[in-house]
Design a protein around this ligand. Structure first.
Ligand SMILES: [Zn+2]
Length: 399
C-alpha cells in the first residue's frame, strides 16, 4: 500500500486492530529521492545529482540486503553518511571495503572517488538518514504494490472511471477480462470469438500472439542484470537530455508550475515561448573557380576532430571551402537506380557508369575512380553547390 490513504486507520478502527501496513518499496524510494532533492536545492552546487544517486544506491543496497532485519538495517543506515564522509568506524565489513585496504580505498561511485567534505551538508544528511534509520522496521518490511497497480491499470482501461459502468451488467465481464489478461495474457480474445461462433480475424490472432510474446520477453528481461543496467543507462541519458533542455528553455513541465503562487517566479519562463533553436542547415558553399580535391574520407567528422585536436582548423578553413556529399548527389542525379533497387555504393556506381572495376580497399584507386565518376556524370556547379556543406557545418555537427 502506498502512504497516500487513510484506509489503514479505518481498517484498524473498524475491522481488526492487529492489521499492520507494509509500505510499498517504490513509493518509499521516491520519497527518499525527493527528500534528497530538497537538500539539493538547499545546498546548490554542493550536493550533486551523482552524489544523490550514490546515496540512494547505498540505501537501496542496505534495504535489499537486510530484508526483515530492521535492527541490522538501522545500523547500516546510520553508517552510510559517515562512510561517505570518510569515517568508517561504524561500517560493516560485509559491504565496506575500506578496512581491506585503508591506504588505497576510493569510493566507487562518488565523484573522483573522494570523500564528501562539506560540513553543513553532513549535518543535514545525517539528520535525514537518522530518520530513515529510526523507521528501519518500515523499510525492512517493504512490499511491492506494483502488481496491484498494474491490475488496476488494466481494469481501468476496460472500465474507464470517466464512464459509469458501476451499475452496468457488463462490469463483471470487464473486470474478469482484466484479471484474465493479467494472469494469462491476451490469448482470451480469439477464444471469446470462437465461443461466440465468430471466426477471429487473422490479424487479431497475429496481434495477440505478438503482444503475448513481447510480454514474456519483457518479463524475463525485467529481472535480467544486463537489461537492468541498460534501463538505468537509458534513464540517465534521458535525465541528462532533460537537464540540458531545461537549462536552455527553463522548466516547462512540473507539478503546479502554472499555479498562481508559483507562476509569479516563473512568469518569464512560461509567458514567452522561447525562439526555436536555429535549424541546422547544411550551409551550402558557393562555388566559383574552385579546385576539387578528391579525398578518401569515410566521415568528415573524423577529419574535423583531427583538425581541431591539432589546432589547425582555422588554416584548413582558409584553404578549404567545404565538402560535397557524393551520396546525396548521386541519389539526385540517378533517381532510377532507386526504383530499380540498384545500390548507390561507389563500387557499383563506378562499375555501371564509368564501366570499370576497381579495388575498393585501395585508397588511391578509390579517389581516382570517384573523380572519374564525377567527371563522367558532368555535374553542373549548381547541383554540386546544392550538395555541398561548409567546414563550419561539420564542426557544428560534431560538437
Ligand atoms: Zn566505510
Amino acid at each position: 500500500m502506498d502512504d497516500n490513504t487513510t484506509t489503514l486507520a479505518r481498517l484498524k478502527q473498524n475491522i481488526n486492530s492487529d492489521i499492520f501496513k507494509r509500505s510499498d518499496r517504490n513509493h518509499q524510494r521516491k520519497n527518499i529521492v525527493s527528500d534528497l532533492y530538497r537538500l539539493h536545492e538547499k545546498h546548490k552546487g554542493k550536493l550533486s545529482t551523482s552524489t544523490i544517486s550514490y546515496l540512494t544506491k547505498d540505501l537501496d543496497y542496505a534495504i535489499a540486503q537486510n530484508k526483515s532485519r530492521a535492527e541490522q538495517l538501522s545500523q547500516n543506515i546510520y553508517s552510510i553518511i559517515p562512510h561517505s564522509f570518510g569515517d568508517h568506524s561504524k561500517c560493516d565489513l560485509s559491504w565496506c571495503n575500506y578496512h581491506k585496504d585503508p591506504e588505497n580505498y576510493k569510493h566507487e561511485s562518488l565523484p573522483y572517488g573522494n570523500n564528501l567534505n562539506v560540513e553543513e551538508m553532513f549535518a543535514d544528511l545525517s539528520k535525514l538518514f537518522d530518520t530513515y534509520a529510526k523507521n528501519s522496521d518500515k523499510l525492512a518490511n517493504c512490499g511491492s504494490s506494483q502488481g496491484n497497480e498494474s491490475l488496476n491499470q488494466i481494469i481501468a482501461l476496460k472500465a474507464p472511471k470517466a464512464k459509469y459502468f458501476g451499475s452496468s451488467e457488463s462490469l463483471p465481464f470487464r473486470v474478469c477480462v482484466g484479471v484474465f489478461q493479467k494472469n494469462e495474457g491476451r490469448s482470451y480474445i480469439p477464444q471469446v470469438y470462437e465461443a461466440h461462433k465468430l471466426s477471429p480475424g487473422k490479424f487479431t490472432v497475429m496481434h495477440t500472439s505478438k503482444i503475448d510474446k513481447k510480454r514474456k520477453h519483457d518479463k524475463v528481461n525485467a529481472s535480467n542484470r544486463e537489461a537492468k543496467r541498460k534501463r538505468l543507462v537509458k534513464k540517465g541519458k534521458f535525465n541528462l537530455n532533460l537537464k540540458a533542455k531545461e537549462i536552455r528553455e527553463g522548466v516547462t513541465y512540473a507539478t503546479s508550475i502554472s499555479a498562481p503562487a508559483k507562476s509569479s517566479e516563473n512568469v518569464e519562463d512560461i509567458s514567452h515561448i522561447p525562439d526555436p533553436e536555429p535549424e541546422v542547415t547544411e550551409d551550402p558553399v558557393s562555388l566559383k573557380d574552385e579546385t576539387f580535391v578528391y579525398f578518401d574520407l569515410e566521415t568528415t567528422g573524423i577529419l574535423t576532430k583531427a583538425l581541431q585536436n591539432y589546432n589547425i582548423m582555422k588554416n584548413f578553413e582558409l584553404k578549404c571551402g567545404g565538402f560535397i556529399y557524393t551520396l546525396s548527389l548521386t541519389k539526385e542525379l540517378l533517381p532510377d537506380r532507386k526504383t530499380n533497387k540498384q545500390s548507390y555504393n561507389q563500387e557499383s556506381l563506378v562499375k555501371d557508369i564509368v564501366g570499370i572495376n576497381y579495388d575498393a580497399h585501395n585508397a588511391i584507386g578509390d579517389v581516382q575512380s570517384l573523380q572519374q565518376l564525377i567527371n563522367t556524370l558532368k555535374v553542373s556547379p549548381r547541383i554540386l553547390e546544392k550538395h555541398s556543406f561548409s567546414v563550419q557545418y561539420t564542426v557544428y555537427m560534431i560538437s
